[in-house]
Design a protein around this ligand. Sequence first.
Ligand code: AMP
Length: 196
Amino acid sequence: MSARLIIVGPPGAGKGTQAGRIASALGIPAISTGDIFRKNVADGTPLGQRAKALMDAGEYVPDDLTNALVRDRLAEPDAEQGFLLDGYPRTTAQVEYLDALLAEQGAAIDLVVQLVADQEALVARLLKRAGEQGRADDTEETIRRRQQVYQEQTAPIVAVYQERGLVADVDGLGTVDEVGDRIAEALTTRGLTAAV
Ligand code: AMP
């Protein structure tokens, strides 16, 4: 089915995990700009070289680089019938860019799933994960900086979609299955049926 979706939520809310489940249930690709940047960093591409220091510091990659990357990805054949964006758009400039890009195709976003979770619970969860997985670069400072950047830059873009009546809030605390069930219900309510 055709579904053009966005999943948003603060770092650590489990967006990536849920994105994979929703996308496979709906038969659309999950597109994570963070994953694409990380692959470019690992491959040592020019884009990766520009993005690395910013990513390490918890800052955003410039909009022009990010928008160009999304344009290319959405032009792939598998995204023709829909997609689930994870980690994009993150700034108002990116929202405007995406609106224009979709309008070129006579398309628009169908729904934004917002995972809602308490910030301190997320910081605690991320610190625990950093310790368990030995992620030395995920310090408390960086983790808090990512939360702050999210609140400052990305939380306001949700308001834009709220004004359009496109946001479904989902409680992001709970097991993967519990949160998945809540998302499935939100999609069904909006006529986007999926057994997530
Ligand atoms: P994520 O895995 O989505 O948290 O992304 C990891 C990092 O990639 C972010 O902290 C940013 O540095 C960068 N990034 C991912 N998506 C975007 C975006 N839409 N705009 C700017 N930077 C991004």
